[in-house]
Design a protein around this ligand. Structure first.
Ligand SMILES: N[C@@H](CCC(=O)N[C@@H](CS)C(=O)NCC(=O)O)C(=O)O
Length: 382
């Protein structure tokens, strides 16, 4: 007979979320009762029933269980220090949330996260303790989720935490992603690489050209790609890039960086518009003089746009278009460069005048997760 669990908590995530996630990971059905703050007094004396099925997530042996306990106590100290943030957020006390964040959360973060970071740096599994996910990982991950939503750069100083935190969301399997496009790299390649970087599972649907007419009516704007997030559809490749970039941490550390990344994405798209007569001819989908179009359309547009990119990259020591981290705009541009130099267009001289851009493209595509994806992705002509 299966047990029946009922979890009673408030309508926000905070401490209840960790238990919700543990139950979900354990594959246990539970009643997720979310109490409104003003109803709390009426049910305050109710007892929760049943025990949590923690065994699977509480360490492989006594030593690991003790380490998990130690980290959990440490986390509790951290939580107590930043409590005013939650209280202000939920309007239980008055105050300016940004001030509370600056004065309380940031110093507490810089006191406590190095401890978790050290554990992760020393771990070869990507989990805080041992070789498996434990409930201290889910606790930390939910904390990171809350504060990264509030300040996207929250975890930037702690890359050891930021990377496994996204992997955790893969494990918790919270969102079902489906990306629909053709059997081609084209406009879907950047979103695919964002999934590869984040280590997040998705359905990579590739519709053969002859089947497209029956799928076209399902496309939100009549074109591909589109992304489905738990069945909700999002069209337009740049909107998809921005969405996944933000979700996975490749869209800038603040609003200004995000806007600069958008600007590069838009500028690059203007370049594609400038060379649009060449593309279908080079792809063998339209009649035309490929060599003539390359000379008369591609080369002048390239001489207008590429020097801007070269200048930008020479100004940014980090070697990315914006800030000190890879963004979706870097992927978007690097994919185009790779396609022209090595892909079906046979324009291997495309970057002869721009060795810096060739080096940049290779550097981006050598990032281990991208490299791995490129090695295993389906081989397609376009
Ligand atoms: N601006 C759109 C363009 C989408 C687009 O034109 N997609 C082409 C393939 S690259 C397509 O769906 N063609 C089939 C059709 O229009 O029926 C985006 O970036 O998503």
């Amino acid at each position: 007979m299966s047990s029946r669990y009922k979890l009673t908590y408030f309508y926000f995530r905070a401490k209840g979320e960790n238990i919700r996630q543990i139950l979900t990971l354990a594959g246990v059905e539970f009643e997720d009762v979310r109490v409104h703050w003003d109803k709390w007094q009426q049910i305050k004396n109710e007892q929760p029933f049943g025990q949590l099925p923690l065994k699977r997530l509480a360490g492989e042996n006594e030593w690991e269980a003790a380490q998990i306990d130690a980290l959990s106590d440490q986390f509790e100290d951290f939580f107590q220090e930043i409590r005013p943030f939650y209280k202000t957020y939920n309007k239980l006390i008055e105050g300016n949330l940004n001030d509370v964040y600056d004065k309380i959360v940031e110093p507490a973060r810089d006191k406590h996260l190095p401890i978790f970071s050290k554990y992760l740096a020393e771990s070869s599994s990507g989990f805080l303790v041992g070789s498996k996910l434990s409930w201290i990982d889910t606790q930390l991950a939910d904390h990171m989720y809350t504060f990264t939503e509030f300040r996207p750069d929250y975890a930037r100083r702690y890359p050891q935490i930021e990377a496994p935190f996204f992997k955790f969301f893969l494990l918790s399997n919270m969102v079902h992603y489906k990306l629909v496009y053709f059997p081609a790299k084209g406009l879907a390649e950047t979103p695919r690489q964002l999934f590869a970087l984040a280590g997040v599972d998705y359905e990579d649907v590739r519709i053969p050209k002859e089947e497209w007419p029956q799928h076209k009516p399902n496309a939100p704007f009549g074109t591909a790609p589109w992304l489905e997030v738990d069945g909700k559809k999002l069209a337009q490749s740049r909107a998809i890039n921005r969405y996944l970039g933000k979700k996975f941490g490749y869209a800038g550390k603040d609003d200004f960086e995000s806007a600069q990344i958008d600007a590069w994405g838009d500028q690059f798209s203007d370049y594609i518009v400038d060379i649009r007569t060449y593309l279908p001819v080079a792809a063998g989908m339209a009649e035309g003089d490929k060599e003539k179009l390359y000379k008369e359309v591609v080369e002048p547009a390239r001489e207008k746009f590429f020097p801007l990119v070269v200048k930008r990259l020479s100004e940014n020591e980090a070697g990315f278009l914006v800030g000190d981290k890879l963004s979706w705009a870097d992927l978007f541009f690097a994919n185009h460069l790779e396609y022209f130099v090595t892909g079906g267009f046979n324009s291997s001289d495309y970057l002869d005048k721009y060795p810096e851009l060739l080096a940049y493209q290779k550097r981006i595509h050598n990032i281990p997760e991208i490299k791995k994806w490129i090695e295993k992705r389906p081989q397609t002509a376009l």
